[in-house]
Structure formats: structure tokens, C-alpha cells
Design a protein. Sequence first.
Length: 231
Amino acid sequence: MINKYQRLFKNEHDDSHFWPSFTDLLTVILLCFVLMFVSMMIIKSLQIEEMKETLDQIMGVRAQLIQDLNEEFSDSDLGIEVDESTGAIIFNTEILFEFDQADLKVEAFSFLDEFVPIYLDILLENGYEDYIAEIIIEGHTDRSGSYLYNLGLAQDRAYSVAEYILGDDFPYPNIQKHLEEKLTVNSRSYTDGRTDEHGEYTASASRRVEFKFRLKDEEILERTQSLLHAN
């Protein structure tokens, strides 16, 4: 009988040691999760601050670059337009091409000889070169004809411009070295038509070539904006 009570007492004693130990284990696990959560929040906060700084820097570079382009071309007699939001240089294709053609006009060569060095002097010589990831020549057409036909026409026109300024007849070979690393051509067919002051579609304004730039950190900029909007 004595042994029986001794065993019961021993079991009760063992249980009293087990539960506090189990509770302590749960407490430790909970503390670990809390510490991990706090660490993650601190890291995320630091990342957000870093991204904000990157965002401010990129936005500042883009804004200053657009301002410089505006100052250079706003009073130009070249007949071009600067997009206030993107900095794209826009000119009607009649400056460069006959209707429905992709071969450069004779007068197009002198136009490009004048425009391209000025444009690249701003993008590549004023401290922006380290930020410029890509320079894009983009062709646009009106709605005449099929999408595929216009896709090819716009691409051929953009390529004709690139072919000349990277070719042997272009008088500024020092510029070509910079362009070879950054220049691409693109076609939008008729998907990005333009309108007049009344909001009406205009075919003549839709037929155009654009010189555009992409900053190296625009991918970071997009992720930063998404993250900041989510918080």
C-alpha cells in the first residue's frame, strides 16, 4: 500500500514538472515568433525608406531630364514636341517619310543630322548617361490598313531611322558608339492614336516617330510605387 501511494505521488510530482516545462517551451516559441516578426518589420521599414530614397532620386532625374529637353526643343524650328509626362520626343512622320513609305526622304537626313546630336547631348553628356538604360525609336501609324500591315510599316520606319544614325553615312561616329549599347526600335502599329484639342482622333498626328528613353531603375521605381501604395 505504501508503495502504491508512493507511485501515485511520484506520478503527480512528475506531472507537476512536465507542464511548467511545456509552458516554458511554448513561451520560448512564441517569443521567437515575436522576435522574427519584429525583425521582419524593421527590415521592411528599412527597405521602404531605401525605396523612397530611390523613388525620389529617379523621379528627380526624370523631371530634370524632361525639363532640359523642354528647354532645348520648346522653341526649336525642327517641328517637334516633347511629351510633358514621359519626355518622349514626338515628330510627325511627314518630316521623314512619304505617306505609306518606310524609306527616309532626302531632307530627313539633314533633319536627323541636326536633331540626334542635340538630343543625345542632353541624354548622354549632361550627367544622365549612368541613368539611361535604353533609347527607343518607336514607330506609330494611323488606322489605314490592317494591324499587322501597320505593325510592319511602323517597325520599318523606326528601323530606317536607326539604320541611318548607326550607319556609315551618319556624320557623328562618336555618337554611334554610345547608341550601339542603348538603342532599340519598336512598333506600336495604330494602337496609340492621337487626338486633337477636341478629343477627336486625328490620322495625321497619329503617324509619327518618337524618341523615348528608359531609366535603368524604372523596374525598381515600379516595384517601389506598388509597395508604397500597398502600405
